[in-house]
Design a protein around this ligand. Sequence first.
Ligand SMILES: *Cc1c(COP(=O)(O)O)cnc(C)c1O
Length: 395
Amino acid sequence: MLKINKNFLELEDSYLFSNIAQKVNKFKEDNPDKKVISLGIGDVVLPLSAPVIAGLESGVKDMASIETFKGYGPEQGYAFLREVLQDYYKEFSVDLDVNEIFVSDGAKSDLGNILDIFAQDNVVLIPDPVYPAYVDTNVMGGRKIIYMDSNIDNNFLALPDYNVKADLIYICSPNNPTGAVYNRDQLTKWVEYAKEMNAVILFDAAYESFIGNDEIPHSIYEIPGAKECAIEICSLSKTAGFTGLRCGYTIVPMDLRCEDVQLNKLWLRRQTTKFNGVPYVVQKAAAGVFTKEGRAKCKEVIDIYKNNANILGETLKELGITYIGGENSPYIWLKCPNNMSSWDFFDLLLEKANIVGTPGVGFGKNGEGYFRLSCFALKENVIEAAERLKKLKFN
Ligand SMILES: *Cc1c(COP(=O)(O)O)cnc(C)c1O
């Protein structure tokens, strides 16, 4: 008899974003004259830059001519892009072999797909609050999940507890949703723990390009020994506005072994079997990100988002609302004033200031009483949101 994967029945329905949409739609219906400002979603709003478009266009041209047409490409990605990524990592003093780099259609896919190479009875350690995909992909695979508390006591940066035995460890830094960032010492503690446990760290570096502080690692491989215990998953989505175009990369070091097997070999086998690579034109666009001009343009856009964070942060300070993030991250994670719950604050903000954010509790139990503001927005909207916030009385 045909059977389904019963693990899917264990998934918790995610009502977070549909609940938000429902509340916002109702508010708009009841108040058609009010302009609602969204600081809710984790999606970019500014368009692709000229060097990226130039790359895309040159790829399109190549596809139109018999001399330069491309069919199936290498599953791992074209050498021209992997070499550019190799050079990019040199800026962090990380030396990679091009065969350690796998170009992907984004971080979310690879965060799920990478689990193919690990056994189902591995124990997974996931921070709470968290990017929901880590949890759901492991529930689908039937793995046991242990949560580690990120909360105000540890500045939302959970550190290893040697009493907890785990095989797979998720770390996202700079973090979504909290904007918290691990420093070198803290990441060193995680690498030491992973080695002690014979565990593998899945390091989500989707927001590395928001780091503006030399003390903070962009890559887990800046930590000695990390190549023996970590896989890094990154994306051009937030770095260069690729959420719609789709391109990322995953690093599986040659030195990373488990039960005497090179994980790079397993991942290569998995990819060559189940994946046929990222479109040529998209890889050409991705190479545009890493040209000198492309780098400068990406930085300009990231600085716009970070300036938004600064505007909101200053406003929160004036209001006496405590928060973290916003410095090396596009997210501000604030403590709801007057001990309000996440959803009460959501309602108040929507009704009194016509601003949409994301209730922290939607990212896990430790998010209750907290709230995420996304700085992926137009500056004029952020300025207006800040003015509206200043008019609210919280005390
Ligand atoms: C946005 C985001 C990603 C990127 O996902 P893509 O599939 O590359 O768009 C990965 N991890 C986190 C935590 C994110 O917020």
